[in-house]
Design a protein around this ligand. Sequence first.
Ligand SMILES: C[S@@+](CC[C@H](N)C(=O)[O-])C[C@H]1O[C@@H](n2cnc3c(N)ncnc32)[C@H](O)[C@@H]1O
Length: 494
Amino acid sequence: MATPAASALLLPSLLPPPSLRFPPRHVAAPGVRRLAQPLRAGRPRLQPPAPPPVEEVAEEQDATPPLRLLEPPQEDDPFPPEMEPADPDFYRIGYARMMRAYGIEFLEGPDGMGVYASRDVEPLRIARVIMEIPLELMLTITQKKPWMFFPDIIPLGHPIFDIIESTDPEMDWDLRLACILLYAFDIEDNFWQLYGDFLPGPDECTSLLLAPKEDLMELEDEDLASEMLKHQQRAIDFWQKHWDKAVPLKLKRLARDHERFLWALSIVQSRSVNMKMRMGAFIQDANILAPYADMLNHSPNANCFLHWRFKDRMLEVMIKAGHAIKKGDEMTIDYMSGVNSKFMERYGFSSPTNPWELINFSSPAKIHMDSFLSVFNIAGLHDELYHNSALPSVETNFVDGAVVAAARALPTWSDGDVPAVPSVERKSAQVLQEECRQMLDSFSTTIEQDQQILDSDVHISKTREIAIKYRLHRKMLLQKIIDSLDIYQDRILF
Ligand SMILES: C[S@@+](CC[C@H](N)C(=O)[O-])C[C@H]1O[C@@H](n2cnc3c(N)ncnc32)[C@H](O)[C@@H]1O
């Protein structure tokens, strides 16, 4: 099935050919290159491993009959009238399809493993495929009743089936997918047994589900810490209810201790995507673990997106139309638009330049919205602000996601064509700057101290590291808002 496309990477559905098997993440693999960062100890590494929210809808269909899974049509088993036959090619293809990748490689970078361009791509008028992952390599579960999962690897009567069945499909998608993942690891020769080597281990995983309480305290965000303690308790309760008792060995060995279950849940939460998939006649909201695509990191300015190809049940990773890609560029997707605490809850990372980050100001001071936006060449409505980098800007590279976040977070006013009065604006800007300084002072450490901790040679756990980064990123944003307001005061006069 391979096309002769240059640098096509072909990975088989069940067992990769020996030349493409991934060494474990902690072993430097021939053919797996690294970026500047050294390989993290303890993590197997792959030539390739999903994230997040993806949208793509297929044609509109609404029926959702009660099926546990779709099975190949039988000659003597006519379709119920509300179902339409699936593409017959799908059944001919059967179980032997491969993952394909074009013009990319999987490398260790500053954000863990990532997907990088291995050649230049001219901007095209239409999106271009860089990965194709067939349904049978993925683990999927529908969000709504009647629930279904693909592929159907769990035999009826297996106790894990009853555990999944006891959960709420709409609320517990992550617990359900974690059960399926643990089960897949246990099936001999299942693809996920191999792929599991390339997933981050418990000490490399950034998920706060794995963070001890002391690490959660380092966040200096009580709401997020208590939210994470609740998430941890939910997972532990679930494990205790179903595992921590006399259970059959075939169930026990899937998660002998609650740490194993928490790890599986971390993997599911940080690597799964939500998608609308059209399967035959049904459109389903599904949660998916898609190998290889789950190696894509997040960017709010992503150059790629995910697309469900209904015809042959493939998940495609595509470069967005109009994007020029240079060899070595990181290929990214947009996991979601949210504040850093939401990224931390699900994925265990934050960004100092997250354009969706919010700071709640309490002072009544406001600055003139249009004046602020025009100083930084930002345009658009509140939820769709974008920076026009083609126009000459205040300072090279000063405007980034943090300035966009400042434009969204700062209290502003606007009244038709009424212009800003510079002296009043300057005063308001100073009041807001003072509030930012007070917020900075309320942290127990400074930006410099956090940076020192992160740069020091003393070993700290992954979850402590990301907790410190989270509070540092908040401080960096506050500092950037102060700096933006300095520039605003300089410019508003003209
Ligand atoms: C879907 S996985 C992506 C592959 C992952 N980097 C790996 O090493 O396997 C999502 C995880 O990647 C990391 N990640 C993704 N995007 C990131 C970003 N923009 N900044 C920092 N970490 C990121 C986080 O650890 C997150 O939980």
